[in-house]
Design a protein around this ligand. Structure first.
Ligand code: AMP
Length: 397
């Protein structure tokens, strides 16, 4: 039989990312790439498993500037690079599973119809996640597709942690709850933690997914007990351009007294706030570190303090902590942010090893001292491999 492949698709508002894996229970990456700038200047790029450049080119001027054309370009490119191999399954990252999707599912017409019901919950993401499934079921009808949800991992939270203190029936009727996000990242960390720290994996771990979007999750025996994101990915930590938690009455104030439209307030808290809003410089943590502006410094300080405060609240949810794990762009790369968060949490019995922390880590690494009661780690996340594992498991079931 020819070699089998798993394709992972992560479609966003202006980009489609893909990763190609050899099909096996522990899938090996073959190449990855993306079309970015879909509506402006679509650009295709792809890299091999060791990061070597395979392609970097604008899409032909004749192709339309939409997701459909981008997806077709990716498929054509993949066909040219996978001769003699068979596409066994396609896995999709889906940001929102709504109340009903609590684990990965095989995509069929009923699932697609049910996913349309999540558009109201995730209007910015759901249409882009659903569209490639529809297009691929027409283009490659024989290849099974699997949808993997960023909310699914959080469905194990106790009801008391999922509910807001709104009228109970209102929440039930309208599907209002803390869904939580970044679930595929947390699930990946939970899947590798047993090999890194078995006691923490079966005990109490707080995972800090600190990227452009940022959240924390409290894991007990690998299952989520609490998380900082809520009904949407706006709640919780300060993010690149998102405000994180703030008094919701501020929205009424903006609309009723400052004459702003709901759309303007939405843009304010989603696109103009966070690190960008505080610093007035950038949403990118690297830019803030290289700036000497006091407001860049203020943004970094506020970011770290919020992470530490929210982490402590998750420690209360777990009634203790064995390990703190840093992951995603900032968590994996920013030793200064890690040091500041750990220092603010030292009263928990967490002592960071500053020399080890300051090194660059591309593999899982303990960054707390040998004497530290609470262990701290940097563990690079891998959401794509998590999707590939789920897709292969369902396709070969
Ligand atoms: P992500 O959303 O996981 O891709 O993470 C994006 C965030 O990670 C941005 O704020 C980047 O500035 C940050 N980041 C990436 N590399 C570094 C680095 N070497 N040092 C500090 N922050 C970084």
């Amino acid at each position: 039989m020819s070699e089998q492949l798993i394709l992972v698709i992560n479609a966003g508002s202006s980009s489609i990312k893909f990763s190609l894996f050899e099909a096996e229970a522990n899938p090996e990456l073959l190449c990855k790439g993306q079309v970015e700038g879909i509506f402006t200047e679509p650009q295709f790029s792809a890299r091999g498993r060791d990061g070597e450049k395979l392609s970097d080119t604008p899409l032909p001027v004749s192709s339309s500037r939409n997701h459909d054309a981008a997806l077709r370009y990716i498929l054509d490119w993949l066909r040219g690079h996978t001769a003699g191999k068979t596409l066994a399954v396609i896995g999709h990252r889906v940001v929102h599973g709504g109340p009903d999707f609590t684990q990965p599912v095989r995509v069929n017409s009923e699932v697609l119809d049910a996913l349309e019901g999540t558009v109201a919950l995730a209007p910015l993401h759901a249409p882009h996640n659903i569209m490639p499934m529809r297009v691929l079921s027409e283009l490659l009808p024989k290849v099974p597709q699997v949808a993997c949800f960023d909310t699914a991992f959080h469905r194990t939270q106790p009801e008391a942690a999922q509910l807001y203190a709104l009228p109970y029936e209102f929440s039930q009727q309208h599907g209002i709850r803390r869904y939580g996000f970044h679930g595929l990242s947390y699930e990946y960390i939970a899947s590798v933690l047993p090999q890194i720290d078995a006691a923490a994996a079966s005990g109490r771990t707080v995972v800090a997914h600190l990227g452009n979007g940022a959240s924390l999750a409290a894991l007990l025996g690998g299952q989520c007990q609490a998380t900082t994101m809520g009904f949407t990915a706006l709640e919780g930590l300060i993010m690149g351009t998102r405000a994180g938690s703030f008094d919701p009455a501020l929205v009424f104030h903006c609309v009723n007294h400052l004459g702003m439209s709901v759309q303007e307030v939405s843009d304010l808290v989603h696109k103009q706030a966070g690190l960008l809003g505080i610093s007035g410089i950038s949403s990118d943590m690297r830019d803030l570190h290289s700036s000497d502006s006091p407001r860049a410094a203020l943004a970094i300080t506020m970011f770290c303090q919020h992470v530490a405060r929210e982490a402590a609240s998750l420690v209360a949810a777990l009634e203790g902590i064995d390990a703190l794990v840093f992951t995603a762009g900032i968590g994996e790369n920013d030793h200064d942010v890690r040091r500041r968060i750990c220092t603010q949490l030292r009263w928990l019995g967490l002592e960071i090893d500053e020399a080890v922390n300051a090194q660059r880590h591309t593999a899982p690494q303990r960054i707390s001292t040998a004497a530290s009661r609470v262990r701290a780690y940097v563990i690079p996340t891998n959401e794509e491999v998590m999707i590939a594992r789920h897709a292969w498991a369902l396709a070969s079931a």
